[in-house]
Design a protein around this ligand. Structure first.
Ligand SMILES: Cc1ncc(COP(=O)(O)O)c(C=O)c1O
Length: 366
């Protein structure tokens, strides 16, 4: 049996005709930049995220970059974030000229340890960027408290967590801005790159909209140096077809997670910890095991897809040498990078496939 980490063809087969019709509508209209599909998606994602405003972006990365630039974060500023994330979080901070400042993670959730944030705040700190990793939101109340006491803004990297909740509040709706990714492997994924920023702040919303068009308003009159951060209408059309299915897909992922959780009860496999404050959308189902690399090799031999998110934390990446961090600075992030393994959790998995995955893991661990 083959069980890939993700099977996009299985999902496509269920909505192929609607997607083709929606793409064809864009092609026939020849509205190739912006247009009604982008606007409609923005309205729907804003509503879905309990936010007043949403602005499409060319990727999750550009959503983050645009947010930082629109908040005028740059040289001389510091942004506190986690070292255990996808590169884009930290890459965007560095690209603005600001300094990424890391804080170790909570080993249970893999998210930033809110209790450690305050000691990293300096006079230069402008923002905190929590990352809602693998589909679960950060513990936002203590982060909000620190931000309020030090007059910092919060930019939520919600790339992996659209529609997930913390105490009933939606990902992206708590900070001044929330950034989503529509990378194909996300719960809501396009047929290429795409992203979105949500906010309740009207002034920021207006800046973000201008920033995505090279900072120009009106056209050819540039208020600030922006970029081409626009969402492609073909992606918007595809995402509008997928959006009504998103909740069901997340429910199916949660069901798959429950299935594995039960299988791994009372074994050495550490299953994901979900805080009672959170509802996870399980963009990834990530276990921790001692002989992780051997297990990954074994599973691949058995035709089971798995992946290490992330094998090297950000503070020890070559490109961030200049920040002055070294191995040992963030022991929980480092330990996680040696133990984590993401398993197939996509909605179309059958019970037979899940059994095959779980049984192979259990027989390896025996
Ligand atoms: C945590 C995190 N931040 C940012 C991004 C960047 O999103 P994109 O790949 O759409 O640029 C991703 C996507 O992979 C992500 O997982």
């Amino acid at each position: 049996m083959q069980v890939p980490l993700l099977d996009l063809k299985a999902q496509y087969a269920t909505i192929k005709h609607e997607i083709q019709a929606a793409v064809s509508e864009v092609l026939e209209s020849q509205k190739c930049i912006g247009g009604p599909k982008v606007t409609e998606l923005e309205e729907q994602i804003a509503a879905l995220s309990d936010c007043k405003y949403a602005v499409g972006a060319s990727s999750g990365t550009d959503a983050i970059l645009n947010s930082l630039m629109s908040l005028e974060i740059g040289i001389g500023d510091e942004v506190i974030t986690t070292p255990f994330t996808f590169f884009a979080t930290v890459g965007c901070i560095a690209r603005t000229g600001a300094k990424p400042v890391f804080v170790d993670i909570d080993p249970r959730t893999f998210n930033i340890n809110a209790e450690l944030i305050e000691s990293a705040v300096t006079e230069r700190t402008k923002a905190i960027m929590p990352v809602h990793l693998f589909g679960q939101m950060d513990s936002m109340d203590p982060i909000l408290d620190i931000a309020n006491r030090h007059s910092l803004v919060i930019i939520e990297d919600a790339a992996q967590s659209i529609t997930s909740t913390y105490k009933g509040r939606k990902a992206g709706s708590i900070g001044i801005a929330g950034c989503f990714s529509f990378f194909p492997s996300k719960n809501l994924g396009g047929v290429g790159d795409g992203g979105m920023i949500v906010t309740n702040n009207e002034g920021l919303y207006n800046r973000i909209k201008i920033m995505r068009n090279h900072g120009s308003s009106p056209k050819y009159y540039h208020k600030f140096v922006g970029g081409n951060f626009r969402l492609d209408p073909v992606q918007a059309a595809v995402l509008l077809v997928k959006l009504p299915h998103l909740d069901n897909w997340s429910v199916a992922r949660r069901r798959n997670a429950d299935f594995y959780n039960e299988k791994f009860t009372d074994t050495i496999v550490k299953t994901p910890y979900i805080s009672p404050d959170c509802v996870s959308i399980y963009n990834q189902y990530v276990i921790r095991v001692p002989k992780r690399d051997e297990l990954a090799t074994y599973l691949k031999e058995k035709g089971i897809g798995c992946e290490i998110y992330y094998p090297r934390p950000m503070h020890v990446q070559e490109c961030f040498k200049n920040l002055g961090y070294k191995k040992g600075d963030f022991p929980e992030a480092e330990k996680a990078s040696e133990e984590v393994l993401a398993l197939p959790v996509y909605p179309e998995l059958t019970d037979q496939m899940k059994d095959y995955v779980a049984n192979n893991i259990l027989s390896f661990c025996d």
